[in-house]
Design a protein around this ligand. Structure first.
Ligand code: SF4
Length: 119
């Protein structure tokens, strides 16, 4: 079994063992889909932006495809509204749980340059 390099974590994606270490490419923040928000995500993000909850929801969220929760709106060209011109997350300390768990559970290998298939 292949060894992990320093800073890598082992993940299983598409039935294959992979190593993952973020390269900061920003590709995960451009994947088509949505960033769903839990209640605590909204509170944390709103606080981080210096907004009250309702102002944050008005400015940065929309109804999720499942119609049961809110999701972040898209920025230019479908990227996350919080992906900056420098390719960095502008709310990184306050980012949603879904982003904190990356690359679980919605990654496809071709979407992320930080994933390496282990031989
Ligand atoms: S909140 Fe930050 S980490 Fe999450 S998708 Fe948006 S830019 Fe990327």
């Amino acid at each position: 079994m292949s060894r992990l390099a320093e800073g890598e974590v082992r993940v299983r994606i598409e039935g294959r063992d992979c190593a993952f270490a973020c390269t900061g490419c920003g590709a995960c923040c451009r994947i088509q889909g949505e960033v769903s928000l839990a209640e605590d995500d909204i509170e944390r993000l709103a606080g981080g932006r210096g907004l009250d909850r309702h102002a944050f929801e008005d400015r940065y969220t929309r109804l999720s495809a499942n119609r049961r929760q809110l999701a972040l709106t898209d920025g230019p060209e479908g990227a996350c509204v919080f992906l900056g011109d420098d390719n960095r997350c502008q709310v990184y300390p306050h980012r949603p749980r879904q982003c904190r768990r990356f690359p679980f559970p919605w990654t496809r290998l071709e979407d992320c340059e930080g994933l390496r298939v282990l031989e």
